[in-house]
Design a protein around this ligand. Structure first.
Ligand code: DGL
Length: 273
């Protein structure tokens, strides 16, 4: 089907999911929208995150997307159910796929989750993990300094290392986890720093790979897979600083992004109706 797939995030974090989507689904065209100007969503009240998310969704619906990927854990925690029950296209979040990947990886059923304040306080991960297996024990930690640091393109070096080390300090006391979920799509951009901090004995999980696998299954199930052989030109939209967005995107993708535009979401509809 010659229609694009929409991907939304509060900023550059969803690019970590987009890269996996593009790798596993090379024929599909993706339209990515990052609400960089209003990032971070993590500390914002639920109703505000819902409003912003709906504005992004309406922007992409106007581009005639055939499927929507909510590549933001915070927005997934607050809006996924509402989006799924309102929209007529398939909508996928990143929490369930992350949970599945963690359950596959963990041997001792002691799982840690790091994410934004919103995601951690929503308890979306413990609920989803325990819905599959109630004997799993889950430790959550909010890491507010990570998203602003990543949005500013600080992905390595001494400053980044120090911020990661200080923020993850409380995890050191969490006994015996063998798996740590990166419950924010920004965090895979600093996965090397997180892994170095927690040590090689802990499997650090990003949800991108599993999300992309799920997307391809759903496209196939609904007969929505792109059949043509024309290489897609993906489109990227940001509400904020284009140079910063391009810098992070180009450091993450193998080839520089071609189409990047600045957009304003203020006039967009901010609810389901
Ligand atoms: N990347 C987002 C997430 O997965 C949001 C980060 C934020 O805006 O606070 O939660």
């Amino acid at each position: 089907m010659h229609q694009p797939i929409g991907v939304i995030d509060s900023g550059v974090g969803g690019l970590t999911v987009a890269r996996e989507l593009m790798r596993q689904l090379p024929k599909e065209k993706f339209i990515y929208l990052g609400d960089t100007q209003r990032c971070p969503y993590g500390p914002r009240p639920k109703e505000q995150v819902k409003r912003y998310t709906w504005q992004m969704v309406h922007y992409l619906l106007d581009k005639d997307i055939k499927m929507l990927i909510v590549a933001c854990n915070t927005a997934t925690a607050y809006t996924l159910q509402e989006l799924q029950s309102t929209l007529s296209i398939p909508v996928i979040g990143v929490i369930e796929p992350g949970v599945r990947a963690a359950i596959k990886s963990s041997q001792n059923k002691q799982i840690g989750v790091i994410g934004t304040e919103g995601t951690i306080s929503s308890e979306a991960y413990p609920h989803a993990l325990k819905a599959v297996d109630h004997t799993i024990s889950v430790d959550g930690l909010a890491c507010p300094p990570f998203v602003p640091m990543i949005e500013n393109g600080i992905l390595s070096g001494e400053e980044a290392q120090m911020i990661v080390s200080e923020t993850l300090q409380p995890l050191k006391n969490a006994s015996g986890m063998d798996t740590l979920i990166l419950g924010c799509t920004h965090y895979p951009l600093i996965k090397h720093l997180v892994q170095a901090q927690v040590g090689p004995g802990i499997q650090v999980i990003s949800s991108g790979e599993e999300t992309a696998r799920e997307v391809s299954l759903i496209l196939a199930y609904h007969g929505l897979l792109e059949q043509g052989n024309i290489l897609p030109v993906h489109e990227f939209y940001t509400t904020g600083d284009m140079d910063k967005f391009r810098q992070v995107a180009n450091s993450w993708f193998d080839t520089p992004i071609q189409v990047l535009e600045l957009v304003s979401l203020d006039t967009k509809q901010s609810s389901a109706k």
